[in-house]
Design a protein around this ligand. Structure first.
Ligand code: TMP
Length: 397
């Protein structure tokens, strides 16, 4: 049974940056109720009513994974580990974005599937065969027919975006060699609870996984987890190592250790999520109190990083440009546009935060270390960051 524990108000599609605020665009803007449920049987946390992926993964998809140095380095590192640990000959990536992962492999060893046409054309242009398709049984069959089955399938921040997990995992099963390995990583519900990072809920994050939930689900599709890791990327992610249930691969002790930890944390209990929901309400109140106080004291506040996560915050907390002047972002195709729902203007991120800014709200709080290094002079001259994780606070030098 699915039970709602969190209501994050009406929200727009996070990837729909408005090019201008004319009447037509404003009338056309799509909103939905962002409610989050807990499945008491599968222990899975998901959006109550996911929206149609065709509305989200269009040829105008804005996010570029290789914009972040942190993610580039993380993918380079994991590719080296995969080569050593599994020595895969045939690799498939699901959700390749702009090629930040696949570019670490030779073009003959890896192919990709990416539904956003604008992204698939980036990697096709540089010579990596990329199918511009959604990941489902029909397309998986087409891909293995035209290529072969795979030794390694990798997917980062994509499986949690797929409403129909049954279809996704069945497609994985038929695409793997007998001893093939499937590795996927997505934001971790354990970190969301710990960090109070309710902004991890937005239209694309249809599910927030735990080990408990994925273990139960995979069992239904003849797959099993043989290793698991918790990662710091994206504000706390979980990486699952999966094989076919008949595989002889040794199961790492990490699996049982995390399993017991999640039971201790109550990730299988509805009440855990209800308590989280009350912490979220308190966080909203505190953030608004802080921003309103600073605003009254004539402080100039901007937001750093036009992230999808910050769309949830701005719309849930009702933060518009009465409180925050503008958002800065390094991504070229977000610049000059307006944030979804609250319509804050997005400006390019100049080398350093402009001199007249007193406070920068961290839309990209998951890159705090990278940002602090870049913005040393802002902090030195008395500039401060604001974040809501793990609690609402001001970060100074
Ligand atoms: P993500 O959290 O979904 O990866 O998005 C990060 C966004 O933040 C992306 O639009 C790029 C932006 N960003 C900056 O503008 N400046 C930075 O220094 C960093 C690290 C990210």
């Amino acid at each position: 049974m699915k039970k709602i524990f969190l209501k994050l108000s009406k929200q727009p599609i996070t990837n729909s940056y408005l090019t201008n605020l004319n009447k037509k665009n404003l009338e056309k803007e799509f909103f939905y109720n962002l409610n989050v449920s807990f499945d008491t049987k599968l222990f899975l946390v998901s959006l109550s009513k996911p929206i149609n992926p065709k509305k989200q993964y269009t040829n105008k998809y804005a996010h570029r994974a290789s914009e972040s140095k942190t993610m580039k380095a993380a993918f380079k590192n994991i590719c080296q580990i995969f080569k050593k640990r599994f020595n895969p000959k045939k690799i498939l990536e699901i959700g390749s974005n702009d090629g930040v992962f696949l570019s670490n492999f030779s073009k003959k060893d890896i192919i990709a599937v990416e539904p956003c046409k604008n992204l698939a054309s980036i990697t096709n242009k540089i010579g990596y065969k990329t199918y511009s398709n959604f990941w489902n049984i029909k397309n998986a069959k087409k891909i293995i027919k035209q290529n072969s089955k795979f030794d390694l399938i990798f997917s980062a921040n994509t499986i949690s975006h797929i409403p129909n997990l049954e279809e996704a995992f069945k497609s994985i099963y038929i695409s793997l060699n007998t001893d093939g390995i499937f590795v996927f990583e997505d934001p971790y519900i354990g970190s969301v609870l710990k960090m109070n990072s309710y902004d991890q809920f937005y239209d694309e994050h249809v599910h927030l996984f735990s080990l408990l939930s994925i273990k139960k689900i995979l069992e239904k599709y003849k797959l099993k987890i043989f290793d698991v890791e918790l990662l710091t990327t994206h504000g706390g992610s979980i990486r699952f190592y999966v094989c076919k249930d008949k595989s002889k691969i040794k199961i790492s002790p990490n699996v049982n250790i995390l399993y017991l930890k999640e039971i201790r944390l109550g990730l299988n209990k509805f009440q855990t999520y209800k308590s989280f929901s009350s912490r979220v309400k308190k966080s909203k109140k505190k953030l608004l109190t802080l921003l309103k106080k600073l605003n009254k004291n004539k402080k100039k506040i901007i937001s750093y990083g036009a992230t999808y996560k910050s769309t949830t915050i701005f719309n849930y907390c009702n933060i518009d440009n009465k409180l925050i002047d503008y958002v800065s972002d390094t991504t070229k195709n977000k610049q000059g546009k307006f944030t979804p729902g609250k319509h804050l203007p997005i400006y390019p991120q100049s080398k350093n935060i402009s001199k007249d800014v007193d406070y920068a709200f961290l839309g990209a709080w998951n890159f705090l270390d990278e940002i602090k290094k870049k913005e040393k002079s802002f902090l030195s001259r008395g500039g401060k960051f604001i974040t809501h994780v793990p609690k609402v606070r001001v970060i100074s030098k």
